[in-house]
Design a protein around this ligand. Structure first.
Ligand code: SAH
Ligand code: SF4
Length: 451
């Protein structure tokens, strides 16, 4: 602990604001950043305009995130004039790309700190350099692939928590920049994971989502593999609901499928990104499975747990995607009837193989395909949700509702959002709710016994 830094921060009552882009991994990294900052004495503010420290936690998976970041960082030029001594930092996976990090540092000379995903534990030192070192700039973007343990995290939720189990990715899907910015797979030791989860349970957390780019390849170089990790969490911790994301279809083994319906805390939901329904495109994407294989996985999952919710990621407009290829994707969505899908227009990323492939698809075609896909996904979601009407479900309360102050919202084990009457003190509780109305994205209900 840097005592002079803590003294400086607490005497001046310094505040921080974090803007997070991208996936759950980033959201969890922001929780770790907040944990480090609060340990130094910073307090959180939601008033970005007045914050003494603004941190942008970036994403580089799709191109528009980059454009948005440049716009938002550029808008802060005035902030340094308005708030004396304000510090601006940019971190996250976009900053793991040395070129992007250097470009940002040159373009925005008022940015004080630039650091990559593996340098959160050095944030205290970087802030000390800037605040106590005469305002010099710090750039920390070198490669470092060690697994860092013991970082404090200030979690956003009182009921559920993210826990990283594996970092990096070895898959090199041809569209994806993640392996280039987050390095090769590194699994955490199971003992570290179990003790983190037990500590969370001691704080009252009952739902845990295990995080990684490809969680089902967890375990190489450690003591146990993924299915065994799930068993151990069920047996050795107080978790009531266990989820994980993301799993790659090529690594979804029979053993893992067999965990569903057997491991009590494992929720009846799987996020299984398919990306495309065309074998030709799947091959060009280097996904290493076929449409038929994906469908057989879903069938086997449903054999074990008939009402398991299946969600996915889909890309439209991958280079070379013809109308017939897109029709295969539509056909797959019709067969599976997903409970939700994150859908994306293909975005060209530097360093990736697909960026140089012939047959890049024009913007308009991508837009039309996305629209068609989204309306089909919406219809599937509504159809699936209709099956919930009249059923009683267990809801873990997560939030008070944004739209109606007398309502609270939470999720079922199948990850459906349910709104019903209640108050904020119930956050973290389990409530039985009978569903009476549904939309594509949410369910509505009344407390069981009160209907
Ligand atoms: N590791 C996870 C997710 C990684 S990124 C997995 O393998 O499933 C999250 C999603 O972003 C991907 O599943 C993919 O659908 C999308 N994505 C990644 N790169 C993209 C690109 N270049 N253009 C459009 N979508 C992309
Ligand atoms: Fe990207 Fe594929 Fe790795 Fe997911 S599995 S992070 S899509 S390379």
């Amino acid at each position: 602990m840097n005592e002079s830094l803590i003294k400086h921060v607490t005497q001046k009552n310094l505040t921080y604001f974090i803007e997070t882009y991208g996936c759950q991994m980033n959201a969890h990294e922001s929780e770790k950043i907040a944990g480090v900052l609060e340990n130094i004495g910073y307090t959180y503010t939601d008033g970005k305009n007045k914050a003494d420290l603004i941190i942008f936690n970036t994403c580089c998976v799709r191109e528009h995130a980059e454009a948005r970041l440049y716009g938002n960082v550029g808008a802060l030029r005035e902030h340094k004039k308005n708030v004396a001594g304000a510090v601006i930092a940019v971190c996250g996976c976009m900053m793991q790309q040395q070129d992007a990090a250097k470009k940002l540092a040159v373009r925005f000379p008022f940015v004080d700190i630039v650091f990559g995903t593996n340098h959160i534990q050095q944030l205290e030192g970087m802030l000390s350099d800037v605040l106590l070192g005469g305002g010099r700039r710090v750039l920390r973007i070198d490669e470092d692939e060690t697994v860092i343990e013991g970082l404090p995290a200030l979690r956003n939720s009182l009921s559920s928590a993210y826990v990283n189990i594996i970092y990096g990715c070895n898959n090199f899907c041809t569209y994806c920049v993640v392996p280039f910015v987050r390095g090769r797979e590194r699994s955490r030791r199971s003992a570290d994971i179990l003790s983190e989860i037990n500590a969370l349970c001691d704080q009252g957390i009952t739902e845990v989502t295990l995080l990684g780019q490809n969680v089902n390849s967890y375990g190489k170089g450690t003591d146990i593999f993924f299915p065994e990790l799930l068993n151990r969490i069920d047996e050795e911790t107080g978790v009531k609901r266990l989820r994980f994301m993301t799993s790659h279809p090529k690594d979804l083994t029979d053993e893992l499928i067999g965990c569903y319906g057997r491991i009590g805390c494992l929720c009846e939901h799987i996020h299984l990104p398919v990306q495309s329904g065309s074998d030709r495109i799947l091959e060009r994407m280097n996904r290493r499975y076929t449409k038929a294989h994906y469908l057989s996985l879903v069938e086997r999952l449903r054999d074990r747990v008939p009402d398991i919710a299946v969600t996915t990621d889909i890309i439209v407009g991958f280079p070379g995607e013809s109308d017939a290829d897109f029709a295969d994707t539509i056909d797959l969505v019709n067969s599976v009837k997903f409970d939700a899908a994150y859908t994306f227009a293909y975005s060209k990323r530097a360093l990736t193989k697909a960026a140089g492939m012939p047959g890049q698809i024009d913007k308009q075609t991508k837009k039309e395909r996305l629209k068609k896909l989204n309306s089909l996904v919406g219809a599937c979601m509504l159809d699936n949700n209709k099956a919930y009407i009249g059923k009683e479900v267990e809801v873990l309360v997560e939030n008070s509702s944004k739209r109606n102050e007398n309502e609270i919202s939470g999720r079922t084990r199948t990850a459906k959002t349910v709104n019903f009457e209640g108050s904020a003190h119930e956050i973290g509780w389990y409530v039985s709710v009978k569903i009476d109305k549904v939309k594509a994205h949410t369910l509505h209900g009344v407390r069981a016994g009160e209907e």
